[in-house]
Design a protein around this ligand. Structure first.
Ligand code: NAD
Ligand code: LMR
Length: 328
């Protein structure tokens, strides 16, 4: 039997948590041979702790062979102790009519404290995925609050946007979603994100040439992917949960086990590529292998793409300056 991997999940009793934990415990994230220990964090309020207790009871009732242990706590330093993977989901979600940046300051405090706790007690190789919105800036705050950890280990979730774009493109192009390669979502997890299918192929066929519809790209594909989160809130009265949990599983699965040469989108600290200032957590195309991600370099950026990248970067810079006072 392999040594169990310690997976910390914050906001564990929330709706994404409920869609996530059972799939992690059944081996869908790290593989069917890999035991896990779940270290679950919830707010120190009775209702949240009671809900967490109920979720843990259900985890027990599944009798998952790979679930070596479950810890429930309201203390980040207990949840993150020796964590190999930390899924930072807990945050206040957006309601109808709110933009993600309305949540900025409220959630910034959470991620300052959690970054500091990770810095203190997590494994030095911890892989952190921030799901809670605004995800890119929260990941930036956590990274800056953890000066002893490698900044590369802090990532934000753009995989849901990537999956949304894959699905819409597959429908438009009439190809199987699993055959698509070479898709990117640049930038912020917000309506300014830039889903870019210029290099996407399916079974070797270039989909931009196949679709050949600039109007669809500019006026349907890009805005629909960017505003899909709001459309789901409008329809469900709650933000996306099962698809968000699924994307978190895809993100960590590929980071740990590899993407087999495929491009996937991760929000990672920029190394200065594509003119994105170093440290800004930006959606880039990456490939993953042996637990490491590598930015895909030298993607051609045309005028249309440059404008889109500039727009989403400007928003991220604005968010960053909005929280700068919390980080000094
Ligand atoms: P939810 O309200 O159902 O659950 C959030 C949970 O987090 C609650 O149980 C709450 O008690 C807990 N929580 C809040 N602050 C906490 C803290 N400091 N420590 C520990 N737990 C805390 O929300 P949800 O639907 O599960 O969404 C969670 C977050 O994920 C939201 O910010 C949402 O906007 C975001 N989200 C991101 C994406 C993405 O693609 N990046 C997609 C969907 C949702
Ligand atoms: C999403 O994209 O579904 C989430 O980020 C929820 C939201 O606030 O849009």
């Amino acid at each position: 039997m392999k040594t169990p991997v310690r997976v910390a999940v914050t906001g564990a009793a929330g709706q994404i948590g409920y869609a996530l934990l059972f799939r992690i415990a059944s081996g869908e994230m790290l593989g069917k041979e890999q035991p896990v220990i779940l270290q679950l964090l919830e707010l120190p309020i009775d209702k949240a702790q009671a809900a967490l207790k109920g979720v843990i009871m259900e985890l027990e009732d599944c009798a998952f062979p790979l679930l070596a242990d479950v810890v429930g706590t309201d203390d980040p330093e207990v949840a993150f102790k020796d964590a190999d993977i930390a899924l930072l989901v807990g945050a206040r979600p957006r309601g109808p009519g709110m933009e993600r940046k309305d949540l900025l300051l409220e959630n910034a405090k959470i991620f300052t404290a959690q970054g500091a706790a990770l810095n203190k007690v997590a494994s030095r190789d911890v892989k952190v995925l921030v799901v809670g919105n605004p995800a890119n800036t929260n990941a930036y705050i956590a990274m800056k609050s953890a000066p002893d950890l490698n900044p590369r280990n802090f990532t934000a979730m753009l995989r849901l946007d990537h999956n949304r774009a894959l699905s819409q493109l597959a429908t438009k192009a009439g190809v199987a979603v699993g055959d698509i390669e070479g898709l990117i979502v640049w930038g912020n997890h917000s309506p300014t994100m830039y889903p870019d299918y210029r290099f996407a192929t399916a079974k070797g066929v270039n989909l931009k040439d196949k679709v050949n519809d600039a109007d669809w790209n500019a006026n349907t594909f890009i805005p629909q992917v960017g505003k899909r989160g709001a459309a789901i809130i409008e329809a469900r009265g709650l933000s996306s949960a099962a698809s968000a949990a699924n994307a978190a599983i895809d993100h960590i699965h590929d980071w740990v086990l590899g993407s087999n040469g495929k491009w996937v989108t991760m929000g990672v600290p920029s190394d200065g590529s594509y003119g994105i200032p170093e440290g800004v957590i930006f959606g880039f195309a990456v490939t993953t292998e042996n637990g490491e991600y590598t930015l895909v370099k030298d993607i051609e950026v045309d005028d249309f793409s440059q404008k889109a990248i500039d727009k989403t970067l400007a928003e991220l810079e604005e968010e960053r300056s909005g929280v700068a006072h919390l980080l000094s």
